[in-house]
Design a protein around this ligand. Sequence first.
Ligand SMILES: C[S@@+](CC[C@H](N)C(=O)[O-])C[C@H]1O[C@@H](n2cnc3c(N)ncnc32)[C@H](O)[C@@H]1O
Length: 213
Amino acid sequence: MDKTYILLVLKRVRVNELIESGRLSPFSPIALICNKLGIRWLPRMDEYIYGPSPGMTEVLERIISLLKPESMLDLFSGSGAFSKLAYTMNVKKIKAVDIYVEAAWRNLKKLEGIMIEERDALRIGNERYSMVVADPPEERIRELISRLPKLKRLYSDIAVLWVGPYYKAGETIKKLSRDRKCIVVEAWGDAVAIFWKKKKHKTIIEKVVKNIG
Ligand SMILES: C[S@@+](CC[C@H](N)C(=O)[O-])C[C@H]1O[C@@H](n2cnc3c(N)ncnc32)[C@H](O)[C@@H]1O
């Protein structure tokens, strides 16, 4: 007798389900950030559940509130939490890019001005935004950094990149510190690289850095 097996791989999970099952404390930073932003779904890939980290979220919120960008590209957007943050802060044009967009789609689908694209974030080109945020998985950081010249063409003002847990990021920080228009800050254990284009953007970053952590 023929048997047909249907393999169902769910690439998203409800934040509430994680809390109810005890996998996530309702007081964990990710749960609190999701709650504040109204993010109900997180992407699930094999063993990993991705979401907005406190360090990146804080740096991003502070920069958006001072820069007031018109547009933002959210690379490795996962749940879409950073896109939602930008949306709630009045950024008018936002694009969220990830290889899995199910969770982002559920979180962002009704919001005007947000585009969701399912594709490789490392191969995006010929677009221009005021800001770029990139929150790659750890194994993609090296490749992302090797593509910095291309990445720099995507934004006119500021880019914010997660470059790993701070305690592990020594080599990357050394490498990035050769770039005159980059600073790496520690925010809640995250190493966050911030790039700027003009002096006025640097002034904003200096204000942000003073108040982080
Ligand atoms: C650290 S998580 C991002 C979390 C996200 N900032 C959030 O708030 O939910 C990394 C994301 O990178 C995505 N990813 C991995 N490789 C990718 C690639 N080559 N292109 C686009 N997205 C990728 C994963 O699907 C995952 O959602």
